[in-house]
Design a binder for this molecule. Sequence first.
Ligand code: 6GU
Length: 243
Amino acid sequence: MFTGFLEHGIIRRAMDRGLIDTGIINIRNHAAGRHRVTDDRPFGGGDGMVMKPEPLASAIREAANHSPDALTVHLTPQGRVFDQDTARELTEIDHIVLICGRYEGIDERICETLVDRELSIGDYVLTGGEVAAMVVIDAVTRLLPGALGGDHSSDTDSFADQLLAHAQYTRPREFEGKAVPDLLLSGNHKEINRWRNESAMIRTLLKRPDLFTERSLTDEEIQILKKWQMEIGRIIKINGPNE
Ligand code: 6GU
């Protein structure tokens, strides 16, 4: 599952540049017996299978041999939801072991003894933690200095300042009757910056108003909000019912 992901695009380049290194441990190589069984029925009965503790412990210890100081992260829908702040936090950590569970979960004793942290990528259930691990690797890697083309490319990401990113346009100047906003062609970088800040704010307000309640406002943002407030007030005054 990981090869395609690791062999393309920004992740591949980050590997080639030595910004990250990855190793994959197949749990099956840590399972005993001719059948290399890694799962078993749950004690107490019920549906589904549980990942056995011995192969998992052995696999995690193999990972720890490569990086003894690693943070061990179990990917599970029960974990704290992974977000951009967590991605930034993880850029500070040199070695991370990502445990990808399958089936109904892993034996609880592994969670208690060998796991430092649990992460989920959202409130839905996947068939396994592998896709979640790739999400974490992708989001963290692109934040590492030098991972993206330009030096500061991730500074203007959505969530970089707890807002969504501003609208983007490229050539042609007119597409199917829709023109690019004139101001973006003006070359006036101060004005373009103001336009972008306002664009980021309106998109956040319309698409993700919850983000606004989790951050404080800059002076410029307060000015923009007051401008909108006046415009909205005028619309109500002109077109609303007379009291
Ligand atoms: Cl990390 N794992 C699984 N299996 N399902 C998930 C998840 C993780 N995050 C959301 N759903």
